[in-house]
Design a protein. Structure first.
Length: 258
C-alpha cells in the first residue's frame, strides 16, 4: 500500500472521527442543558482553553520540527553533491594510470546513489541500491589508498583521502536524516487531542438548535489538513511536498564526470 493512500486514509479517518465527536459532544451538551441549564457550562472555559492550548502547542512544535528536518535534508543533498564533486576533482592528484578505474567507480557510485533515492518509496529496492553504494565506497577507498601510495607527492594522500572520507560519511548522515522522525506516540497524541477538542467544541455548540455545518466542517477540515501537512513535511520523498528536485545537483555532478 502506497504512502499517499495510507496518509489519505488516516486523514479521512481523522476528519470523519472529528465530525462524529463534534456531533457526540453537541448531543451531550444538549442533554446536559435540558437537565441543568445554569450549570451546564460552569467552569468549562478553563478546561476548553487548556486542552485547545495543548493541541496548539503540540501542533506548533511538531510542525516546526518537521520543517526544520526538511531543511536539514535539503542541506545534506547539497553537502553530498559538493563532497562527491570535490573528491572527484582531487583524483587529478593521483598517477594518471590509476585515474581511469577510479573515475569509472565514481560514475557507478553516483548512479547508484541516484537510483537509491529514485526508487523510494520502495524501501526494499532502495536498500539494495544502498548496499551496492556501500560496496562501491569500499572499492573506491581501496583503489584510492593503493594509488596514493604510488603517488610521487604526499598531497594526494593529504587531500584526496579526507575528501573521500567526507563523501562516505555524508551518506550515513543522510540515511539517519531520512529515518529521523518524531515517535509515533507524538502523532497519536495529536490525534487524541484533536478528538478531545472536537468533543469539547461540539459540547460548546449545544446552545443552538441547528447544527453549524460551516464551523463543524471548517474545524475538522483545518485540523486534518494541518495534520496531513506535517506528515508531508516529515516524509518529503513520499507525498505532495518533495525534495526530489534537489537530486538534480547530483545529476549535474554525474554529468560533469567525463
Amino acid at each position: 500500500m502506497s504512502y499517499n493512500l495510507i496518509a489519505s486514509l488516516l486523514v479521512l479517518l481523522l476528519f470523519v472521527s472529528m465530525l462524529v465527536l463534534l456531533e457526540v459532544g453537541r448531543r451531550i451538551g444538549m442533554r446536559r442543558l435540558t437537565i441543568d441549564a445554569e450549570g451546564a457550562r460552569a467552569g468549562l472555559g478553563a478546561v476548553d482553553g487548556a486542552v485547545f492550548a495543548l493541541l496548539g502547542l503540540m501542533i506548533a512544535f511538531t510542525f516546526s520540527g518537521a520543517a526544520s528536518r526538511l531543511e536539514t535534508r535539503r542541506s545534506l543533498i547539497v553537502q553530498e553533491a559538493n563532497a562527491i564533486g570535490t573528491a572527484y576533482l582531487r583524483l587529478d592528484l593521483l598517477p594518471s594510470g590509476a585515474q581511469p578505474a577510479l573515475r569509472e567507480s565514481f560514475r557507478q557510485y553516483v548512479d547508484t546513489r541516484l537510483a537509491m533515492y529514485s526508487k523510494l518509496p520502495d524501501i526494499e529496492a532502495a536498500k539494495v541500491e544502498r548496499m551496492r553504494a556501500v560496496e562501491l565506497q569500499n572499492e573506491i577507498w581501496s583503489q584510492a589508498v593503493t594509488a596514493s601510495r604510488e603517488a610521487a607527492t604526499p598531497q594526494a594522500t593529504m587531500l584526496l583521502l579526507p575528501a573521500l572520507n567526507e563523501m562516505i560519511d555524508i551518506t550515513t548522515t543522510r540515511t539517519v536524516a531520512l529515518l529521523t522522525h518524531p515517535p509515533p506516540i507524538i502523532f497519536a497524541m495529536i490525534a487524541l487531542l484533536a478528538f478531545a477538542c472536537s468533543l469539547l467544541a461540539g459540547y460548546g455548540m449545544a446552545g443552538g438548535r441547528l447544527r453549524s455545518w460551516t464551523h463543524m466542517l471548517g474545524f475538522s477540515g483545518i485540523l486534518t489538513l494541518t495534520f496531513y501537512l506535517i506528515l508531508d513535511l516529515e516524509f518529503p520523498r513520499f507525498g505532495v511536498i518533495r525534495i526530489d528536485s534537489l537530486d538534480r545537483l547530483l545529476v549535474d555532478v554525474r554529468a560533469s564526470m567525463k
